[in-house]
Structures are given as C-alpha cells and as structure tokens.
Design a protein around this ligand. Structure first.
Ligand code: SGN
Ligand code: CA
Length: 525
C-alpha cells in the first residue's frame, strides 16, 4: 500500500482502498513530466530551507508540489544548461546540450529529425501525450495525442492545437491545461499500455496574470523582500550593468504591473491594452481583473508623487511578486488535481511524477525579474521526483544534476538504454538512494541569445562546481568568479583576486575539459 506523507490529495471523498493493483505486474511505470514555465525554486515551499540565496518566503504557496517532495526526492542542485525557454525544452527532449540539438535561443525551432525521449517511449509501446506549453515551433513529434498552446499562449481562453486541428478553450489557462490533461488521462488514453504524459503549464511566465480564484490572494499583506532588492551590481562586471530586466525600469505599468493608467502622467498605460488582447480577456474578465487591482491602483495614483524612488520600487516589487505567486498557486492547484486523479485511480504507486521548471527566475534579487544568467536564481531548476514504488519518501539529493539528465532518466525508467548521442546521464541510481563515486563534479552552461536580444543579457558560458561559479562574458571578454560558500548571493566576483588564483586556474582547466567532453567546437558563437 502507498504510504502517503501527510494528508491524502483531497478530502473530497473516501480514498479507494479496494482493488489495489498488483504493482509487481505493472511494469514499466507510468511517467508524468511537469515542466512549468519560469517556475523558480525560491517560490516553492519545499525549497525554502534548501537555498542560501534569494527571496525567503514566509509561507509556502505550493502545498501540492511540497507534497511531491515530502513523498519523494528533491534535487537541491539541479541546473539547466541554458536558462531560456525553447533551449531548455529542447534539452529536455533530446538529452543534448544546445550546441548539439541546435536550439541555441528562442529564435530557433527544433529539428524534427532529432531523436527525442517521447519518440523512443512511443516505439517501446508507451502511450504518449503532450499537454500545455510546447513552444518549439514544430508539430510535436513522438506523441499519440497533443494539445498545445500556440507559442507562449495567452493566460485566458487559449486556442489549443491538436492533431485534428485547433480547439478553443474557455477559462484560465492553468485550469484549461489541467482539464485537458485530466481529460486525456480519464477519457482518451487506453488502459492497455503504460503512459507518458508531458503536462506543461504556461504559468508563471510573464505577464503573471492570475486566474479568478487567486486574484485576491495576498491582498491583506505584504510579502518579504529579498535582501538584494536594491543591489547596485558594484561587485559584478559590465554585463550586469547593461541588462534590461529591472523591476524598477524594465517593467511596464500596464502589461507587467496591471496599472491601467501611467501614475506619472495620468495617461492610459499602453501595456494595458496588450494585457487585455494578448491574454484574450472577455469584457467580463477584463472588468473582474481591473476591479481586483483597483483599490491598490487608486492608492498608487494618489500617492505616486510623494513616494520616494525606493518606495516606488517596493510597490512595483510587491505587485510583481504577488502576481507571480498568485499564478503559482493556480498551477499548484492543477498539480493537486492531477495527483488526486492518480490516487483515486490507484495509479499513484507506479507513476513517476517529475516536477521541474524550464529554468529559474529572479524574484527581485538584484532588483531583477527574468532569467538567462548563470547566476543561481536563474540557472537552478526546481526538480522533484515522486514515485512511491521506487523512491523512499523525503529524500534529498545534492549532486550536480541537469535538465540534460532527464531524457536518459525517463528512458531508464522505461527500461531503455541511453542512446549514444545523448549527453546526460540517468538519475535512476539517485532515485534509489544510491551514491555514485564517478558522478560529475561540474556542470557546463552556455547562454547564446542575441543581439538583438530581449532583456540585454550578454552571451556567456561557464561552469558551476559544488562551491564555485566561473563565467566568461565573451562579448565583453570579462570573467566572473563566485565563491558560493562565502558569497551565496553572488554579490562580489573574486575573479583575479590573488587569494583565488589557484582555484581560478583549476576552474578554467575544468571548463576546457567540459567543453572538450561535450564537443563544443566554437565556444564564442
Ligand atoms: C517574452 C517576455 C520576456 C521573456 C521571453 C522569453 N516578454 O518575450 O520577458 O524573457 O518571453 O521567455 S513579454 O513582454 O512578451 O512578456 S521564455 O520563457 O519563453 O524563454
Ligand atoms: Ca521559460
């Protein structure tokens, strides 16, 4: 019998204890991959104690995701290879670094001829489906069924692309995606085969527009600020000074902050129209949203002039972080509904649920939002694996793992070998609680966007070891080195600091080794 940590997934009714399936004969396991968009570890309750940098929340907005960690395995040092959307999704599918799979930036589409884990599972008689954010610019390959957003998709009333054409759905996208996933699990899949479902939320991608159920969350309180909210980048190189991802300056009143009038001029804030159109709001929904923010917005209009720069940033930060968490709560509801379904159908024991974000995100650290950097907030991905039959509850793993390892892991779960071209390595031993003496001691990172580029983050590559991060911003030919033990917030690069001369040399050597190992032919492209 399944040992559930804590409470059952719902209290909506009795759990089904009768007709337990004989799990011994139910191999291989079902697999659900949840790869949420821009969901950072600082915003997950289960990671609150685990991180020594960034925003510290005073509550958990993710009770259902937390339960996955309580009942499963939390990876505390999971990193993406390239902190941006399409590239991260291409790495997930192919198990190859960006320079191998060709999706270096959000500007490229995935090559449909690449071998991906869903195709291999399908060939191995798994039933496969892909629901939610796809974003790779192609028809999804390797799925018996798909229902995906067009591009980034809107926050409300999305049109979903399916093998038999478009379907218009109504409601908040987090609920739509969950409903479609449940519909497939319940009504569309065959019971004869194991399944693999990719369930990808759009939330919490910019512009963080909450669903009706969560519009009023946090209206009675302010949330904590990260200690680095006002940091001036004085210990960092030119790249940090040139970025365009500041809460204070980059965010727009209408689109990002849901303030329909520019409080400085009283003029309509242009981004507001975009918010309404891009998110496909009905008149009713637009009114409801406008109303939810009205009281706070009116306060802003009245007091804007007398507010200091600092207070203005604080106000913007609160609006941003609350909206980010409101959409997180909506997606967490969806995770709970999927888990409830598994529990009620007696599928919990033998279903591996992998919860991850496609990259991290800044929640006001350095005064920033967005991702892209090798810095902790952005490079770390939340990664939690729940599998009662295979994983003891409450485990934590601190090895350096990557999104690169997920395809090999999923194949391994299905009893399939890792193909030669895949560059990651199966995490299966870690799921079983084993340790490996020959595991990697550094991860390779490379961000390639632009120019032209959204958010103006300079290209860079680097490595992260258990203690250090070394980055080369090669367009500026500037390096940064962080001692994460001494400086977990990465406020002061110690590159060329005499005390670190030896470490620096070793790290550069290791960086070259990794570039060789992964066959990086032109690191400065
Ligand atoms: C949009 C957002 C950016 C975001 C990118 C990439 N701008 O362009 O803020 O970095 O997506 O996000 S917005 O004005 O349209 O909101 S990603 O997750 O797809 O890589
Ligand atoms: Ca993303």
């Amino acid at each position: 019998n399944t040992q559930l940590a804590g409470q059952p997934y719902t209290d909506e009714g009795p759990r089904m204890n009768e007709q337990r399936v004989d799990v011994e004969n139910q191999q291989p396991p079902n697999i659900i991959v949840m790869y949420s968009d821009d969901h950072t570890a600082q915003s997950i309750g289960a990671y609150r104690e685990a991180l020594d940098y960034g925003l510290k929340l005073n509550h958990s907005p993710t009770p259902h995701i937390d339960r996955l960690a309580e009942g499963g395995l939390r990876f505390d040092n999971a990193f993406v290879t390239n902190s941006i959307c399409k590239p991260s999704r291409a790495v997930l599918l192919t198990g190859q670094h960006s320079h191998k799979n060709g999706v270096l930036t959000n500007g490229e589409s995935i090559d449909v001829d690449l071998e991906t884990f869903p195709q291999l599972l399908q060939q191995a008689d798994y039933q496969t489906a892909m629901i939610g954010k796809w974003h790779l610019g192609t028809e999804p390959q390797g799925f018996d069924y798909y229902e995906v957003l067009h591009g980034q998709g809107p926050y409300y009333n999305p049109t979903m692309r399916t093998p038999s054409g478009d379907i218009d759905r109504e409601g908040h996208t987090s609920e739509v995606v969950t409903n479609s996933a449940l519909r497939w699990l319940r009504d569309q899949r065959s019971r004869e085969k194991p399944f693999m479902l990719v369930y990808n939320h759009k939330a919490p991608h910019r512009n963080w527009l909450p669903g009706p159920k969560h519009l009023h969350d946090y209206s009675d309180r302010d949330l904590p600020e990260p200690t680095t909210l006002f940091y001036d980048y004085s210990g960092l190189t030119k790249a940090a000074h040139e970025q365009d991802m500041e809460i204070a300056t980059t965010m727009s009143w209408g689109w990002d902050l849901k303030v329909p009038r520019n409080p400085e001029t009283g003029e309509p804030a242009p981004g507001w129209e975009r918010l309404v159109k891009r998110n496909r709001l009905t008149d009713e929904q637009r009114k409801q949203i406008k109303k939810a923010y009205a009281e706070e917005n009116n306060y802003l209009y009245e007091h804007y002039e007398e507010m200091t720069e600092k207070e203005r940033l604080q106000w913007r930060y609160q609006r941003y972080v609350k909206d980010y968490l409101r959409v997180i709560r909506g997606l967490d509801d969806g995770v709970g509904r999927v888990m409830t379904y598994l529990e009620r159908e007696n599928l919990l024991d033998n279903t591996v649920v992998i919860y991850a974000g496609d990259q991290g995100f800044f929640m006001g650290e350095n005064g920033w939002f967005d991702k892209r950097w090798i810095y902790e907030e952005s490079m770390r991905m939340p990664l939690i694996v729940h599998w009662p039959e295979g994983i003891a509850p409450g485990m934590v793993n601190k090895e350096l793992v990557q999104n690169l390892d997920l395809a090999p892991t999923i194949l391994d779960l299905a009893g399939l070998a890792t193909p030669d071209q895949m560059q990651g390595r199966s995490l299966m031993p870690f799921l079983k609680g084993e340790s490996l003496s020959d595991w990697r001691d550094a991860v390779y990172y490379h961000y390639y966007e632009g120019p032209p580029r959204v958010h103006k983050v300079a290209r860079h590559y680097g490595i992260r070891t258990n203690r250090y991060t070394l980055a080369h911003f090669y367009e500026n030919d500037e390096w940064e080195l962080f001692d994460l033990e001494e400086d977990p917030e990465q406020l002061r690069s110690v590159y060329d600091d005499a005390d670190y001369a030896e470490v620096q040399e070793e790290l550069k050597q290791k960086l070259r080794e990794l570039q060789e190992k992964y066959e990086v032919e032109n690191p400065e492209r």
